[in-house]
Design a protein around this ligand. Structure first.
Ligand SMILES: [Zn+2]
Length: 184
């Protein structure tokens, strides 16, 4: 018997209330079966300019490759506003008790409420994962992204230029993702 949280309304920062069509279950959908929507975070006015947001990313200690990937998108003109960019909390914000996911762009499932960070999203239907890793790329995250592709979203993976010949990327190519190589 699935337990129901009747009338539960999930509040998402920057996204307002999520309109659940029916009560959400306490059980999460299996990977790949979510019905995700993209939600942008609330932004302080001084971070509306994407380059100011990038400065905050650096202050928050986001990975240097994530920063490089965002800078790539700003130059390409795909990112024009700070709210399209996820960042961590700065040491000062952390000390003030701010939660680590406060400034994240999120994919939220309207069926089960599951929520995950997207590195950046240029629109409500276009997201990017930044990967600088030596491990394989297959994961629940990839399965969930594949479902977004099947639902008509654009999902790209940004990886460092040096990994251009890495056969481990084949799992992403075979799944139909756009792979963008970023000088790093
Ligand atoms: Zn779900």
């Amino acid at each position: 018997m699935v337990k129901l949280k009747a009338n539960k309304v999930l509040k998402i920062r920057g996204g307002g209330e999520l309109p659940f069509a029916k009560p959400i279950t306490e059980e999460k959908c299996p990977a790949g079966e979510h019905a995700e929507r993209i939600y942008f975070p609330e932004i302080a006015p001084e971070e509306a300019h994407p380059l100011r947001r990038v400065e905050k990313m650096k202050e928050a200690g986001n990975e240097p490759f994530e920063v490089a990937a965002v800078e790539h998108n700003i130059k390409a003109g795909h990112i024009t506003h700070g709210r399209q960019i996820s960042r961590g909390v700065t040491p000062r914000e952390k000390a003030a008790g701010m939660k680590g996911d406060t400034h994240h762009v999120r994919a939220v499932c309207i069926k089960c409420g599951a929520s995950r960070e997207l590195d950046h999203a240029s629109s409500k239907t276009s997201s990017t994962e930044c990967k600088n890793q030596d491990s394989s790329y297959g994961s629940d995250q990839m399965v969930n992204n594949k479902t977004l592709l099947e639902r008509g979203f654009n999902v790209s993976y940004k990886v460092p230029d040096a990994k251009r010949g890495d056969r481990r990327l084949d799992v992403l190519k075979d799944a139909g993702f756009e792979i963008v190589f970023v000088k790093f």
